[in-house]
Design a binder for this molecule. Structure first.
Ligand code: NAD
Length: 381
């Protein structure tokens, strides 16, 4: 069976869905791997490194996809590229299905079996395949590093012969995978760190990293976590209580790192324009939620904004893509782990049992039909 690795075409995308390490393993499963030329360049992998690992290089997407039974990509390929995917092929990528639900019936119509890796259930067995975790972890690290670089003072306290330099104060909003890594990185850089989240479990995790928990602790917080582990969209009353506390906290901090997301929805607006207005000149806001609309009202996705009061807002899109080598390494391993977990050694083809919890969670479309419960035609009507 042939597996095609596509070159990414979306703006700001630098990652690749396979690396020489995973190509070797894919070949070991009995696959022929075709990598589109230049696919790895954004992640510092040359065509010849892929060739040395056992891949063949295809001059374009059409050639890579001809006869492919499996397609690996980071983001959902464009309509034009999807038209080249053979019927019945298994496409494994971050599908972005919630942001674009109309895509799901279109994939079914094309006869593409789609594994949407962002829908993977957050269960122990799936941890090594969890693209959201692997990418969010690196994004959180990168957010703290970029905050430190944009901040014109220092993160650690420094006692020098010329006098003492005060440590930076960092406030992290949202303590999921990205937020916890941002906390840990900012701590390692010597900042004084505090953080907030709506899920009760996050409170202890924040404290265990040596940061201070700041947050509304009321009855609603007890139910803020869904069975899947994600945060719920909070009520207006909660948001008002949270806003007062956040306004007070933001004003006391030099750096705000925003990572709050609600699965399948627009990111909540948490840092308002007046809150930014209350920050000191030279402060930095890093908005990791920019792709989902941003947690800060003044974020301009894809840009860095400097406000009139001298606050820099880094609203870059695709934060994992800003650390592409590490992000591609982990993403490629996630995809290999997924495929090998469902690999039939006899037939040398994927076998995805419909009753398996992971399969039920990730599969959007199969054999020409929409199969994911969230996207069934009956739900959409
Ligand atoms: P996420 O990216 O969906 O959201 C980031 C954080 O923002 C979350 O902690 C969320 O609670 C928080 N948030 C949402 N709305 C907020 C608001 N209004 N104010 C403040 N904070 C807000 O989250 P994630 O990093 O994907 O983690 C989601 C869950 O999955 C967590 O419970 C995490 O522990 C769990 N998880 C489990 C596994 C596993 O067991 N395999 C792996 C990774 C993550």
């Amino acid at each position: 069976m042939r597996l095609a690795v596509l070159k990414e075409r979306e703006a700001f995308e630098t990652r690749v869905a396979a690396t020489p390490e995973t190509v070797k393993k894919l070949v070991g499963l009995g696959l022929t791997v075709a990598v589109e030329t230049g696919a790895g360049l954004g992640a510092a992998i040359t065509d010849s490194e892929f060739t040395a690992a056992g891949a063949e290089i295809a001059p374009n997407a059409e050639d890579a996809l001809r006869g492919a039974g499996i397609v690996f990509a980071v983001q959902m390929p464009s309509e034009e590229i999807r038209a080249l995917i053979p019927r019945g092929a298994l496409l494994v990528c971050i599908a972005g299905a919630f942001a674009n639900p109309a895509l799901v019936p279109a994939l079914a119509e094309k006869g593409i079996d789609t594994a949407a890796m962002e829908l993977l259930p957050r269960i122990t067995r799936a941890q090594a395949m969890d693209v959201l975790s692997s990418q969010a972890n690196l994004a959180g690290y990168r957010a703290a590093i970029e905050a430190a670089a944009a901040f014109e003072r220092s993160f650690p306290m420094m006692m020098t012969a010329a006098g003492t330099v005060a440590p930076a104060r960092v406030f992290v909003i949202g303590a999921g995978v990205a937020g916890l890594q941002a906390i840990a990185t900012a701590k390692r850089l010597g900042a004084i760190v505090s953080a907030t989240d709506v899920r009760p479990a996050a409170r202890e995790e924040i404290r265990s990293l040596g940061a201070t928990f700041v947050g509304v602790e009321d009855e609603e917080m007890k139910t803020a976590q869904t069975a899947g582990g994600y945060a719920r969209e909070m009520s207006e009353a909660f948001r008002q209580k949270q806003a007062a506390l956040i306004a007070e906290t933001v004003a006391k901090n030099d750096i705000v790192i925003c990572t709050a997301l609600v699965m399948g929805r627009k990111a909540p607006t948490i840092v308002t324009e007046p809150m930014v207005g209350g920050m000191r000149r030279g402060s930095v806001i890093v908005d990791l939620a920019a792709d989902a609309g941003g947690n800060c009202a003044l974020t301009r996705p894809g840009e860095m904004v400097t406000t009139e009061n001298g606050v820099k807002i880094l609203g870059w899109r695709n934060w994992p893509g800003r650390i592409p080598v590490a992000a591609s390494n982990l993403y490629a391993r996630n995809l290999f782990t997924f495929l090998s977990a469902f690999w039939d050694k006899e037939t040398k083809a994927p076998k995805l049992p419909e009753t398996d919890e992971i399969v039920k969670g990730v599969m959007l479309t199969r054999a020409g039909a929409v199969v994911h419960p969230e996207f069934l035609p009956s739900r959409a009507a």
